[in-house]
Design a protein around this ligand. Structure first.
Ligand SMILES: *Cc1c(COP(=O)(O)O)cnc(C)c1O
Length: 231
């Protein structure tokens, strides 16, 4: 256990170093890029070790599992992000226990989250998930449909539309990786030129965070490179 705890701490430092190197190579301030530690399938004890090493924000893909960890670790005042596919009958616990949702892919989900967000909590931060890989990926909204959805979500009272999220299909070619992330950045710039105020690009994971940071990522979502392989 002590060994694994030390390993998590060392891996968090290694990710911070990768982010810093990628940001500097792109002429960006490394402070513009936040790390979201993706703890899906990992026990609450591992999240606690990462928290003790200084990590604040954690990402979860499954509603029940994420809520259970948020409740078990409530004393630590961590910031919980929901990053998985969300069904409309599961929005209520997400609205209650998470600070962010990255996977908005239709208006109905956003409307329910807004209706269910408690008035005593700050607005729920949300990102629209965009399909930047075309036919190779089924999750997320087609780029052409994003402006209309973004305007509708931005108008909802209990949500704060922060930006866009993408999970490109795994590719090892850096040029192709960058072109997918560049698509997301251009879309964000277009929406801001049309009057929205999006400050977040949620893009980059264990294997492609360098390409994402080079293209302007402000939040990388890293699981395996921190907690090890998932079963
Ligand atoms: C699992 C997951 C991640 C983390 O992926 P790794 O390759 O383990 O870093 C990031 N984002 C989403 C949406 C995920 O589901």
């Amino acid at each position: 256990m002590e060994d694994y705890k030390k390993r998590i701490s060392a891996r968090l430092q290694a990710i911070a170093d990768r982010i810093e190197a990628a940001a500097r190579a792109a002429g960006r301030d490394p402070g513009e890029v936040r790390l979201l530690a993706v703890s899906k399938t990992k026990p609450a004890s591992h999240v606690q070790w990462a928290a003790e090493a200084g990590q604040q924000a954690f990402g979860e893909n499954y509603v029940q599992e994420g809520v259970a960890k948020a409740q078990a670790l409530a004393d630590l005042k961590l910031e919980w992000h929901f990053i998985g596919p969300l069904q409309s009958n599961k929005t209520r616990p997400v609205a209650a226990h998470f600070a962010w949702v990255h996977s908005i892919d239709r208006l109905r989900i956003a409307q329910r989250l807004s209706e269910q967000r408690d008035a005593h909590l700050p607005p729920l931060n949300v990102c629209i998930q965009v399909n930047v890989s075309g036919e190779e990926s089924k999750s997320g909204v087609a780029p052409a449909e994003v402006p209309e959805l973004a305007r509708a979500v931005a108008a909802l009272p209990r949500l704060c539309l922060r930006g866009l999220m993408a999970i490109p299909e795994p590719i090892s070619n850096l040029v192709l990786q960058r072109s997918r992330f560049g698509t997301l950045r251009q879309l964000r710039d277009q929406l801001n030129a049309e009057g929205l105020h999006l400050d977040t690009l949620s893009m980059g994971m264990s294997d492609d965070l360098e390409a994402a940071v080079a293209e302007g990522s402000t939040l990388v979502r890293v699981g395996t490179a921190i907690f090890g392989a998932r079963d």
